[in-house]
Ligand binder design. Structure first.
Ligand SMILES: Cc1cc2nc3c(=O)[nH]c(=O)nc-3n(C[C@H](O)[C@H](O)[C@H](O)COP(=O)(O)O)c2cc1C
Length: 198
């Protein structure tokens, strides 16, 4: 079974360290047999969540896109920068919109698997923010793998080809992504629609 993995970052900043770690993780996931779809949260152009806006206009197109992408993938690879020990507003807002119900549609997070990554220029690698993301996704019914990866001193961590310079983080990324794919293969959550032929 070829796991379908949705990859996204809580930062869309040009030069984002989390995007760079996510890129490296996507390379690993494809090498380990996954089909990977990247989604750019900034490109979804989501307004700040507002219940009055939702009541008046329904879900914005970007929220429907994110819900559909979640529902058509077995798992989520998520790079989450740490802002003041927590989660970025870009990521929290996107998750809040995507969690809103749609008549006749299942919750797109429930029963799927997620694996968390973080990168920071600091010494802790964004590790303090990951329990918050874990709890948030668990609240939405996701299974979050025990393995996760926080990359410290990330501004110096990448080689020119986008890969990780050091052997230890390279191996950790392979293990972490491998756990995501193994769990997706074991869980086989049903997809909302048949995936396109690869
Ligand atoms: C508002 C704000 C708060 C931050 N708080 C933390 C923090 O708590 N821990 C940390 O390691 N880095 C923190 N940083 C630094 C980020 O880790 C750094 O800007 C990082 O590059 C952001 O991720 P990105 O490169 O993927 O955009 C903070 C940055 C901002 C803008």
């Amino acid at each position: 079974m070829q796991p379908r993995i949705l990859a996204l970052s809580g930062s869309s900043r040009a030069g984002s360290l989390n995007l760079r770690l996510l890129d490296a993780a996507c390379v690993v996931a494809r090498a380990q047999g996954a089909t990977v779809t990247r989604i750019d949260l900034r490109a979804l152009a989501l307004p700040l969540y507002d219940g009055d806006l939702e009541a008046a206009q329904g879900l914005p197109a970007g929220a429907l896109t994110l819900k559909r992408e979640l529902a058509t993938h077995h798992g989520l690879l998520l790079a989450s920068p740490e802002y003041n020990g927590l989660i970025t507003p870009l990521l929290k807002n996107a998750i809040d919109w995507a969690s809103r119900p749609q008549p006749g549609q299942a919750q797109p997070f429930a029963g799927r698997v997620a694996t968390l990554l973080a990168a920071s220029p600091g010494a802790l690698g964004g590790l303090r923010g990951l329990p918050v993301v874990r709890q948030l996704l668990c609240n939405l019914g996701m299974l979050v793998t025990p393995g996760q990866m926080a990359l410290p001193l990330a501004a110096q961590a990448f080689a020119d080809d986008g890969g990780l310079r050091e052997e230890n983080p390279r191996q950790m990324l392979e293990r972490t992504v491998g756990e995501l794919l193994a769990t997706a293969r074991a869980l086989r959550p049903p997809l909302a629609e048949a995936p396109p032929a690869d």
